[in-house]
Design a protein. Structure first.
Length: 383
């Protein structure tokens, strides 16, 4: 949070002071660049930067709603580009996309931008168009997006390479003083290797099962005329209702809550900061699951603005003997971070949402709660 405060303050200082201030400090000696190489690419990067390996879920660039798919080849970020929670407000990444037979680079690009789940950023035409990297000519698209008092330049360079597409993603938060030098070093040294191995895009991986199942002796059983499931004994059953107003964050799906669970040690001022809820709502006429899901999270994005980001565990999951769709995301409200996942299931023209929300505490406690929540998902039966 400290980095975010400093950058916000940078916007206000010129207004407050009305002049530039220079501080006479010794200039530190810069470390020589470091070289990176894998089977696809090679490049130089600043010695202080962190490298993210292929498919590392921790490489989650901000803003979270600006996601174009593809499979991470490699990513990097300087320490000053991320906050204490690992949010990447500036980053450099290379992604690989499949190029289906009969498709073109332009078609893959357009499909990626069309599938972006968030608001459409403003394009910067003068920084978009043909662009050459490592002797290969591709297409550059540059966008500008605002979030709170800050704004971001989102730049993608699309290149065709050996039957697939590489996307070089350069995301820069305003006032990131060392970003351009790092980007210039990266682009100037980038070597895309010849004869890349064949590529088939992998589906979004389902979340891995908890390595330590929740002990059966610590589970209680719930059953009514609609639902049955097992749940952690320390959680209290909450009454059904129209809204989840007694659970935080307050994200409303509509419909009615069939049952809720709240953990008493996370009850503060009438709100549970760790909860599990089952909500049901009718499928709107002429709509579909995808449209309803996107509508809900667009509202959540507006409500929580820049504090919301999606996670890599978004994807299909088994629930109630069928396949549901899990949307996993993170909300930062003040100092705490909240890890949320909603599992959506369409059944008999009804939508069921199992919401698993918790304030993040520590790795062991968090893993134990998620294991208990998985026990509920695995035992859930809808009558």
């Amino acid at each position: 949070m400290r980095n975010r405060f400093i950058k916000t303050l940078a916007l206000l200082l010129p207004v407050i002071l009305g002049c530039a201030i220079s501080t006479l400090l010794p200039t530190p000696t810069a470390l020589p660049p470091v070289h990176f190489e894998n089977e696809l690419v090679a490049f130089d990067y600043p010695a202080v930067a962190r490298i993210f390996a292929a498919r590392d879920p921790a490489f989650d660039p901000y803003p979270g709603y600006y996601e174009l798919g593809g499979e991470l080849v490699v990513g990097l970020a300087n320490p000053g580009w991320m906050d204490d929670y690992g949010n990447l407000y500036s980053s450099i990444g290379i992604f690989r996309h499949a190029l289906p037979a009969g498709s073109s680079l332009e078609q893959v690009m357009q499909a990626a931008y069309a599938n972006n789940t968030g608001p459409v950023p403003e394009e910067v035409p003068e920084q978009s168009g043909p662009f050459t990297v490592d002797g290969r000519t591709g297409v550059r698209r540059t966008y500008r997006s605002s979030a709170g008092p800050l704004w971001y330049t989102l730049q993608d360079i699309w290149l065709e390479a050996d039957g697939s597409i590489l996307r070089i993603s350069l995301n820069m938060e305003v006032y990131e003083a060392d970003f351009q030098a790092a980007a210039d070093l990266f682009l100037g040294s980038l070597d895309i290797k010849e004869d890349l191995p064949p590529f088939t895009g992998q589906p979004t991986p389902a979340p891995t099962a908890s390595p330590t199942p929740y002990p059966a002796a610590l589970l209680a059983h719930y059953e009514d005329n609609l639902l049955s499931f097992d749940y952690p004994q320390e959680m209290m059953v909450l009454p059904s209702g129209e809204t989840p107003s007694d659970c935080f964050p307050e994200i409303t799906f509509g419909g009615e809550r069939l049952v809720g669970l709240g953990e008493p040690r996370f009850l503060v001022n009438g709100s549970y900061y760790r909860s599990i809820q089952v909500t049901r709502l009718p499928m709107p006429a002429g709509s579909n699951l995808e449209a309803v899901v996107l509508g809900v999270y667009e509202q959540a994005q507006v409500k929580y603005s820049q504090e919301t980001s999606s996670l890599a565990s978004t994807g299909p999951v088994p629930v109630a003997g069928q396949t549901g769709f899990q949307w996993a995301y993170r909300v930062t409200a003040g100092e705490p971070t909240y890890e949320l996942r909603d599992v959506w299931l369409e059944l008999n023209d009804q939508l069921y949402i199992i919401s698993i929300w918790t304030e993040y505490t520590n790795p062991d406690d968090f893993a134990a709660f998620q294991a208990g929540a998985d026990s509920l998902l695995h035992s859930l039966r809808i009558k």
